[in-house]
Design a protein around this ligand. Structure first.
Ligand SMILES: [Zn+2]
Ligand SMILES: [Zn+2]
Length: 368
């Protein structure tokens, strides 16, 4: 008799999460089962539940970034240094699977995050593919899944960064922040908070953060933001005046949009200084269109506006190394984590959707 595994499943777009019991899958050569210690609940999961992301094969088990122990290995699994994994090792794994490294996007454009072959655990792998999401007692790690050893990293510390960490690392890299720069982060969710920390690490002298609600702005100040503004209590004109008052009347050198609201992209362009840089990382799901003035908002400002899609192994790997350094990763320990059991997944989604949870995690060990 195969082992039974409990998983939390989104049955269809807009439907509530429900628990299902499934048989442990049969392992292919060089694959493994991961016993989940913590998985995360992020904005993308809220959007998945609402049906806002194209190409998602419902039903699905959400949870793209997770930490656990290798419970069972069939064949051999190696890390990037060539060290073999053993059963019992604590690891995380890159949620992006099957980047082909042989297509035009991978080899000519060198933009592997746009590889058409890539699949993402908990997002574009459905329940029909296999047990491929972290909101479960165990995850099936298919052959060629890239695991990263976390023996020197606390599970909680790593998950305080979670999927936001590689995303923010990619965004901050795209932003090309100069030493002494002033950075405005629009958005105070997990990606915005990690962008605050990483912008400072990258050499920004001053980091401003706009967002909501107040609890998240408090978190932004706790991790190093110099000033914050609640977007629910101020008009766009007031926000612009606030940014100018903190930037010598010029606007921020770099604006990083991490909100999910299309209007924030135009705001980011308007709050950047002339010849500044704007990075758009918060539009992972489709929230519609927005108008802007190409003359006043873009061309005359001589702006550099960059999109930032997903993250690759380098961001994930460097994020994990960063979390292994207790001093460098200390700011993430200031974020309040809230744990939910598998049976409380709907509560976790609601807490993330309302912005009241700074960081919500799924802990399968919490009893039903
Ligand atoms: Zn490819
Ligand atoms: Zn995520």
């Amino acid at each position: 008799m195969p082992n039974k595994i409990i998983a939390a499943v989104i049955p269809a777009p807009g439907a509530a999460v429900e628990l299902r019991e499934v048989d442990e899958p049969e392992l292919e050569p060089n694959s493994a089962m991961l016993a989940v210690e913590l998985s995360e609940v992020c904005g993308t999961d809220v959007h998945l539940q609402q049906g806002r992301l194209a190409g998602v094969p419902y039903p699905l088990v959400p949870g793209h970034v997770s930490v656990g122990r290798l419970a069972k290995i069939r064949g051999k699994l190696f890390d990037v240094d060539g060290r073999e994994f053993e059963e019992g090792d604590r690891v995380t794994f890159l949620d992006v699977h099957r980047t082909c490294n042989s297509c035009w996007q991978c080899l000519v454009a060198k933009s592997t995050t746009r590889c058409p072959a890539r699949k993402v655990y908990g997002i574009t792998y459905g329940f029909g593919d296999t047990l491929a999401g972290g909101w479960a007692e165990q995850i099936y790690l298919k052959p060629d899944t890239r695991c990263i050893r976390l023996d020197k990293v606390e599970t909680e510390r790593f998950m305080a960064g979670g999927c936001a960490l590689p995303t923010a690392l990619h965004a901050v890299e795209r932003a090309g922040i100069s030493i002494g720069a002033t950075v405005l982060v629009l958005g105070s969710g997990p990606v915005g908070l990690s962008c605050v920390i990483l912008s400072l690490m990258r050499g920004a002298l001053k980091v401003l953060c706009t967002g909501a609600p107040d609890a998240r702005l408090e978190a932004a100040r706790a991790v190093g933001a110099h000033a914050t503004l609640n977007v629910e209590k101020h008009t766009t004109e007031e926000r612009r005046a606030w940014v100018l008052s903190h930037t010598g009347g010029r606007g921020a050198d770099v604006c990083i949009e991490a909100t999910g609201a299309p209007g924030a992209v135009v705001e980011a362009m308007r709050y950047a200084r002339d010849a500044g840089t704007v990075v758009v990382v918060g539009q992972y799901t489709d929230h519609g269109e927005v108008a802007f003035n190409p003359h006043a908002d873009l061309n005359r400002k001589h702006l550099d506006v960059r999109g930032c899609w997903g993250s690759d192994f380098s961001h994930f790997y460097r994020g994990a190394q960063l979390m292994a350094d207790p001093a460098r990763s200390e700011p993430w320990s200031r974020l309040r984590l809230e744990r939910y059991g598998l049976a409380q997944a709907n509560d976790a989604l609601a807490a993330v959707a309302s912005g009241h949870a700074v960081k919500a995690l799924i802990d399968p060990a919490i009893s039903r």
